[in-house]
Write a protein that binds this ligand. Structure first.
Ligand code: F6P
Length: 499
């Protein structure tokens, strides 16, 4: 069954939202807080270790109910069901969208179970030093060679969960930049380094160029027969992997119903699994699965991804905000933004609707940001006093991992005070210096999580995955293809190999 395809701007809810917008666009949130003492309690969702406070948004109860009406008018409920039951909702590629099946521990597909077992066996052997290199030495370094979804997701998770990692050193090579590859090769020891080539298609030019360069470097000191001990691959294209010279036993599967940017939960996450061990990797999946259940079953008014998505639509399509910022208050999430940029923008950067018509309203938001408190000393000036309205998601953790109470107190104080400053500005303060006046009234969500664990990270990533889905449904676009990237690839090849 196909997704519903309704132009959102033609719905009754959209029309009502337009009228409502003209009524509240100038209202200051401080007045809304003063008028409604229960605002904070009402606009809050507590779920597992998460507390999502969305009270600092330019909304009233009416805004929320109209946004929920919009979701209903556009068939969000049935769209969610279609996704989870495996309908081919990625219509332009004739594929299902089932990254959620990679972490469904209740009805796990046999092939997923088998792949997880293979990952477990492999990662255990490497971690415990049972997997030996061609001279009999233990593996010390793992290099993930891949790009886009075959790099950004696993790299982000590996770095985010560093606290849980073992002594293996994990590296990521993505760019087709020979200098970068050469700099890395200087550090690697052929005898103790294992390479994971991750490419769903096994044809991506950047990845294959790097993989071949690295294989040639390897063969300068070892033989063809030694490849088996140092090269494994994650791909759907088994024959190309074997042609490359990798043993069929060293191929980890992925399926066409898993999009590249949603694939970190599959064997694409093998480097992460080696870094943190299988049990932690499974916890990551379980965290995502719990969020899947919340997304699928919770009513929309208390549904974290749904509420965050609708708020984002509110700013994107009514306030004409072009971008939104995400600021995680932990250095561990340093790579979260590049990861999010691919998942969000490759998914929802579309301008043709599900009926094949050119769209005349805004779709995909631009997502940007960096970790706090660093970001405060970089671009926060623009957020506070610039001319652009940029809604912000603040992500913070109640507890630090090393229990360094004093510093964590300071980090948390920054986390809470920035959203307050954006909200209040110098509201009703008699600030005589015009340069020190802050209008305030800048929207933000605060997502407070107990602590950064494999499980809570899994849930957090799934929040954003589902947010993307909801927005794609509202905007009536296909979120799971990426035809726009293909033209550039074609032109590069024409430049390199003119016919
Ligand atoms: O950039 C386009 C893209 O297809 C991404 O969607 C994908 O994550 C990346 O290239 C890598 O693709 P592959 O895993 O097939 O090498």
């Amino acid at each position: 069954m196909n997704l519903p395809s309704i132009n959102p701007t033609k719905t009754e809810a959209w029309r009502k939202l337009q009228v409502h917008f003209s009524e509240i666009k100038e209202v200051h949130m401080m007045d809304l807080f003063n008028q409604d003492k229960e605002r904070v309690q009402k606009m809050n969702i507590t779920w597992n270790e998460f507390q999502v406070d969305y009270s600092k948004n330019r909304i009233t109860d009416k805004t929320i109910s109209l946004l929920l009406e919009l979701a209903e008018d556009l068939g969000l409920k049935e769209a969610i069901e279609l996704q989870f039951e495996g309908s081919k909702i990625n219509q332009t590629e004739d594929r299902a969208v089932l990254h959620t099946a990679l972490r469904d521990f209740d009805i796990m597909k046999p092939e997923v179970k088998k792949a997880l077992q293979k990952m477990k066996k492999f990662s255990n052997a490497v971690i415990k030093g049972k997997w030996k290199g061609y001279t009999g030495k233990t593996i010390t370094d793992i290099v993930n060679i891949g790009i886009g979804g075959s790099d950004l997701g696993p790299k982000m998770v590996t770095n985010a969960l560093k606290y849980y990692s073992n002594s293996l050193k994990i590296h990521y090579i993505s760019n087709v930049d020979g200098d970068h590859v050469s700099e890395n090769l200087k550090e690697f020891n052929r005898e103790t380094t294992l390479f994971i080539i991750v490419s769903k298609s096994f044809t991506t030019q950047e990845t294959m160029t790097n993989a071949n360069a690295i294989k040639n470097w390897f063969l300068q000191g070892a033989t063809q027969l030694d490849i088996e001990k140092h090269f494994v691959a994650v791909s759907t294209n088994e024959s190309a992997v074997i042609d490359f010279g990798i043993s069929e036993h060293n191929v980890f599967p992925i399926w066409d119903w898993v999009g590249g940017r949603f694939s970190l939960w599959s064997s694409v996450g093998l480097s992460t699994c080696c870094a943190i061990g299988y049990n932690n990797f499974e916890e990551l999946l379980r965290g995502a699965y719990e969020m899947d259940l919340h997304f699928k079953n919770e009513e929309f008014s208390k549904n974290i991804p749904v509420v965050l998505a609708l708020l984002s639509v509110w700013y994107n399509n009514f306030f004409d905000c072009e971008s939104e910022a995400v600021i995680p208050y932990t250095q561990y999430l340093e790579d979260f933004l590049p990861y999010l940029q691919q998942t969000v923008m490759e998914s929802n950067g579309k301008s043709v609707d599900r009926n094949g018509n050119t769209i005349n309203y805004q779709t995909g938001t631009i997502v940007w940001g960096n970790v706090g408190a660093n970001a405060q000393h970089a671009f926060f000036q623009l957020l506070h006093q610039g001319t652009k309205l940029v809604p912000v998601d603040f992500i913070g953790f109640s507890e630090s991992l090393y229990n360094n109470k004093n510093q964590h107190q300071i980090l948390k104080a920054n986390f809470f005070s920035q959203s307050e400053a954006l909200l209040q500005g110098t509201y009703k303060q008699n600030e005589p210096n015009v340069y020190k006046v802050f209008s305030g009234n800048k929207p933000s969500n605060t997502i407070l999580i107990n602590s950064l664990t494999p499980k809570s990270l899994g849930s957090l990533i799934a929040v954003y995955e589902h947010k993307i889905f909801v927005q794609g449904i509202i905007w009536n676009i296909f979120s799971f293809d990426q035809w726009g990237v293909e033209l550039g690839k074609k032109l590069t090849n024409q430049l390199l190999f003119p016919s």
